[in-house]
Design a protein around this ligand. Structure first.
Ligand code: SF4
Length: 567
């Protein structure tokens, strides 16, 4: 009887309209839920059921998705207070407590959030679509003010920077394709269209460009795999789900020059014979998504995207897809699952996306920074790029430098810089009264290193010496911060962001955090350090995907470099 009632219940008209906008495509379930959430401010159970019926998918699939992504679970107006490492250092805990206390007297909801990618605005908050910071405990009432203008732009290089990606950042208007074209946009594509396709991949291979997302796989090799794959359909995916704590370099690139990213994706499409590309951007980056949307539209109007680009036989379309708050969707196979309208849970690999990616077809997945280098390499040649950097990694890298230094932010430099150089040259020295205690390098899935590493070159081989390069994130901590407490914060992050698919990660990160809670509270027992190391080994060796595996890295490095704290 109940089933009969449900079957004949009228689907809400607004939901039918939204679903129709996406041609009732079951794969668009996340987009439909996001749009409904934006419209209503909150997702209700009945509405999720209606979405399922409008898209003709099982209700459990729609509910499975609505409960997977953090942004769909809280009301739209919720103030999300970042507790990523940079914000935590700057007192995010007190900011959240103040908001919570205010919530009791008002309608304002607030909650903690994993890193918002606004580390240079620490302590940062996200209010609806607005990215704000630094939040001041004395001025929390000002949260309603629009502080978007305060997002740093990094228009001008600081002394010692070598800029490739951020060249002309001060000249280009990201909302105006003509200004991007004036400073070289689409010249590489024009050149590539006049030459054999093969040349693009040859130059990339010569350049030695390796992926900038953290794994460092050679980009030319990946493109060649897909180019040589026998398939009628191939896809390009740009991973803009930048969620690694302490990392906001892709945000800066999208803000500065979105056309450079589009051009990199187009070059990949042309080189491998694909006709469709996706940009998967994290849900928290609304203003960056709007910039990309504008850039796509303007590129289509000017004939740099779409059918028969610039009169050639090459046709290519770029689709923008927004995530909804899930760190795991930065993992390439989880991202593809999410793009296909499922929960963002990783796939078993191999097969890798280059042979079995989106819809099971050969797919290139590279991150924003990697794609942005491609036009430069096509324009200047692979040998030019190879001559920059060092023997382990060619080219420059966008580094984010945060914590107890005078000038936190972002800089572009060749590989091989050291922590000491980063602090003294780009960070303008330690903050007044601060002495170097330790650094967290490579993001949350990185290493906690002592002053012994101050002169270790940061490059493709630094991990062999115990210092992670990862996404290029560096957090400098002074004598007021305990590596133990930092590690506890990192384990809490992994516990919250574990997708829960496999037991070693789901339970292992939780148990590690609980052990660290005890240690931080000064209640450690004799066996805690050994238990923590055992958990790290379990995470590293038995987790299903890179999230659980890399959660071991900060534990192992912290215990190795600050052993006395764990005994
Ligand atoms: Fe999910 Fe963690 Fe297992 Fe990865 S390792 S599949 S994130 S539970």
């Amino acid at each position: 009887m109940q089933k009969e009632v449900l079957r004949h219940k009228t689907i809400n008209a607004e939901i039918l309209d939204i679903a129709a906008k996406y041609t009732n495509d079951p794969e668009a379930v996340l987009e439909v839920l996001l749009e409904l959430h934006a419209l209503r401010g909150v997702l209700k159970e009945d509405d999720v059921g209606d979405v399922a019926r409008a898209l003709s998918i099982p209700a459990e699939r729609a509910f499975g998705i609505s409960t997977f992504y953090s942004m769909l679970q809280a009301p739209k107006t919720t103030i999300r207070v970042c507790d990523g490492p940079a914000c935590w250092l700057k007192g995010a805990g007190d900011i959240l407590s103040t908001y919570k206390a205010q919530s009791l007297e008002s309608d304002l909801d607030s909650e903690r959030s994993s890193c918002l990618g606004l580390c240079d605005l620490a302590p940062a908050v996200l209010v609806g679509e607005m990215q704000r910071g630094p939040s001041d405990i004395k001025h929390v009432a000002e949260v309603g003010e629009d502080r978007n203008g305060r997002i740093p732009k990094y228009d001008h290089p600081v002394q010692g920077e070598k800029r490739i990606l951020l060249q002309h950042a001060e000249d280009i208007d990201p909302y105006n394709i003509d200004s991007a074209i004036e400073f070289g946009a689409y010249q590489a594509l024009k050149k590539a269209l006049a030459e054999p396709k093969e040349k693009i991949i040859e130059e990339l291979e010569t350049s030695g460009l390796r992926g900038r997302g953290g794994a460092g796989f050679p980009v030319g090799k990946k493109w060649r795999f897909v180019a040589e794959a026998k398939s009628d359909e191939k896809f390009i995916i740009c991973n803009a789900d930048e969620s690694e704590p302490l990392t906001f370099k892709d945000r800066v690139l999208m803000d500065a020059n979105p056309h450079k990213i589009l051009e990199g994706i187009l070059l990949a499409g042309y080189a491998v014979g694909a006709q469709d590309g996706f940009i998967y951007i994290r849900g928290e980056y609304t203003s960056q998504a709007k910039k990309l949307e504008t850039a796509i539209q303007q590129a289509e109007e000017k004939g740099w995207l779409g059918e028969n680009i610039q009169g050639s036989e090459f046709s290519f379309h770029i689709h923008l897809h927004r995530g909804a708050g899930a760190y795991i969707c930065g993992e390439e196979s989880a991202l593809i699952e999410s793009l296909e309208g499922k929960r963002g849970e990783p796939r078993i690999r191999p097969p890798y996306p280059a042979s079995y990616g989106y819809h099971g077809e050969p797919t290139i997945v590279n991150n924003v920074e990697s794609f942005a280098y491609a036009p430069e390499i096509v324009n200047h040649g692979g040998n030019w790029f190879l001559s920059i950097g060092n023997q382990t990694m060619s080219g420059t890298k966008l580094f984010t430098l945060l914590g107890h230094i005078n000038r936190p932010g972002l800089f572009e430099a060749p590989y091989g810089i050291t922590l000491r150089k980063a602090i003294e040259e780009f960070g303008d020295g330690m903050s007044p009264g601060s002495n170097f205690h330790f650094a967290l390098t490579g993001g949350a899935a990185g290493t906690i290193v002592s002053s012994e590493y101050l002169d270790t070159p940061i490059d493709g081989s630094s991990i062999d010496k115990g210092l992670a390069l990862g996404s290029g994130a560096i957090l400098i901590c002074d004598q007021t911060v305990s590596p133990l407490e930092m590690l506890r914060e990192l384990m809490f992050f992994f516990e919250v962001e574990s997708c829960g698919k496999c037991t070693p990660c789901r339970i292992g990160t939780r148990n590690a955090r609980i052990a660290l809670d005890r240690m931080v509270a000064g209640k450690k027992s004799n066996g805690d350090a050994k238990a923590l190391l055992n958990l790290a080994e379990l995470l590293k060796n038995s987790s299903f995907c890179g999230l659980g595996q890399s959660a071991a890295m900060p534990i192992l490095s912290a215990v190795s470099n600050f052993e006395q704290l764990f005994l």
